[in-house]
Design a binder for this molecule. Structure first.
Ligand SMILES: [Mg+2]
Length: 432
């Protein structure tokens, strides 16, 4: 094992706004970006993570990483692994910084960046991918990583242990199945709002040919446009193929109910982010008002506490965790365990850059050690920017295949970091 000696941060931005990749009703010109952290040790091992942003603001997220990563310098990595739950609580609970949250926002995400880099380091030291490291933890080790503060009315430590012990006898068969079949993926690649109908249909056909069994389309700018687009998609995919839509928070609550019910004929598997991600009561009203259409949300749910309330209030029936929105692997373990308690499937969010590479590990941990394999779990995939990662995703026949290389997935090629570092990298300086 090693000692943490320092860290570096990089402001990495990709010019995705030029192609309208990633465009939706709320985010019209995203430049997919990463506030990138590398924790260095006295060995040649390093732990990498990134926090996804969509451009401006990346520098603020970097600043939070610079402040928080300082707290782990000097730690012995074996001690850090044994005490990762305490480290998580210290990072999120800094007595002065938490004033700027608490438990959500730039510093909470910054804590997640540091924790995810530590988990990357732990996995690399043990020469295993993160999903395997997490899956092989004992139930006690798993719950020790979780901060149960503010969630014990939904899930306490002994209930979490029960969930994990229930799966214990099945872990090896779950892992064997994972290694051959992976976990189901769906794609949003055909559905960006800035695409023409022609491009949308061409990419829809391509995604079906690639074996995806669920496709997702952005919506919410114009009801007439949504109806036209969904009608064309339904004509192409047929009556039984699963399609979902994503409004990216554009509606007020009552508007959402009216709008979604206008689209009922298209038999949607879910409506995603219908309104403000913090409006738990609003989500519950929408969920009741649009049933049997399912409501999905979570990519901007800033903490386990919001997820708890969404579960308690039946505000959603699909939990969409994000690898970098909350305080890292630790808080996402809490989210996955709470979802298991309430029998809500976890279908991770993974647009953006690096999110597919990272969040697949959490879905695979869920499949091996928490809820096992079931058809309700399906993980988002978008086919952008994977070439910049040391371990890019491996999608085959509509599923994420298991990464076997050590680490947590976020490490980028140094050449990519150098080229797209903002504003000094060669792309941003010279356009190449
Ligand atoms: Mg979304």
């Amino acid at each position: 094992m090693a000692k943490i000696t320092g860290f570096e941060t990089f402001d990495v931005r990709f010019p995705t706004s030029k192609m309208l990749d990633g465009s939706d009703a709320m985010n019209q010109d995203p430049d997919y970006s990463g506030a990138y952290l590398r924790i260095k040790t006295d060995s040649d091992m390093h732990g990498d993570s990134l926090i996804f942003t969509i451009g401006r603001g990346n520098e603020v997220q970097i600043k939070a990483l610079d402040i928080l990563a300082e707290k782990v310098v000097g730690l012995d990595t074996a001690d850090a692994f044994d005490n990762i739950g305490d480290i998580a609580r210290q990072l999120s609970g800094d007595s002065q910084l938490r004033w700027l949250g608490p438990d959500y926002g730039v510093f909470h995400m910054g804590a997640g960046g540091v924790l995810n880099a530590l988990w990357d380091l732990f996995a690399k030291e043990r020469k295993v991918p993160l999903w395997k490291l997490l899956s092989d933890l004992t139930p006690e080790q798993v719950v020790n990583a979780v901060d149960f503060r503010y969630i014990t009315d939904a899930l306490n430590r002994s209930q979490a242990l029960d969930i994990l012990y229930r799966q214990l006898d099945y872990k090896s068969s779950n892992e064997a199945k994972l290694r051959t079949q992976g976990v189901l993926a769906y794609t949003t690649s055909p559905g960006w709002l800035g695409y023409t109908d022609e491009k949308m249909l061409k990419l829809t056909q391509k995604a079906m040919d690639q074996g995806f069994t669920l496709l997702k389309y952005k919506c919410g700018k114009s009801l007439e446009d949504d109806k036209r687009r969904l009608r064309k998609v339904r004509e192409l995919v047929g009556p039984d193929f699963s399609i979902a839509i994503d409004a990216n928070q554009v509606w007020d609550v009552d508007e959402a109910i009216t709008w979604i019910n206008e689209l009922r004929e298209f038999k949607l598997r879910w409506i995603e982010e219908p309104t403000s991600p913090t409006d738990v009561v609003g989500h519950a009203k929408i969920a009741a008002g649009v049933a049997p259409t399912a409501v999905a949300t979570g990519e901007m749910a800033g903490s386990r506490i919001i997820f708890k309330q969404l579960l308690q209030s039946k505000g959603f029936s699909v939990m969409q965790i994000d690898a970098t929105r909350v305080a890292g692997v630790n808080e996402n373990i809490a989210n996955i365990l709470m979802a298991a308690k309430y029998s809500v499937p976890v279908c991770p969010h993974a647009g953006g850059v690096g999110l597919c590479e990272m969040v697949q590990h959490l879905a695979m941990f869920d499949a091996v050690a928490v809820t096992g394999h079931h058809p309700g779990r399906i993980v988002e995939f978008v086919d952008h920017l994977h070439e910049h990662f040391v371990v890019p995703t491996d999608i085959q026949n509509g599923s994420y295949m298991v990464p076997l290389q050590p680490g947590a997935g976020a490490e980028m090629h140094q050449a990519s970091i150098d080229k797209y570092q903002f504003p000094s990298g060669s792309y941003w300086k010279n356009g190449e």
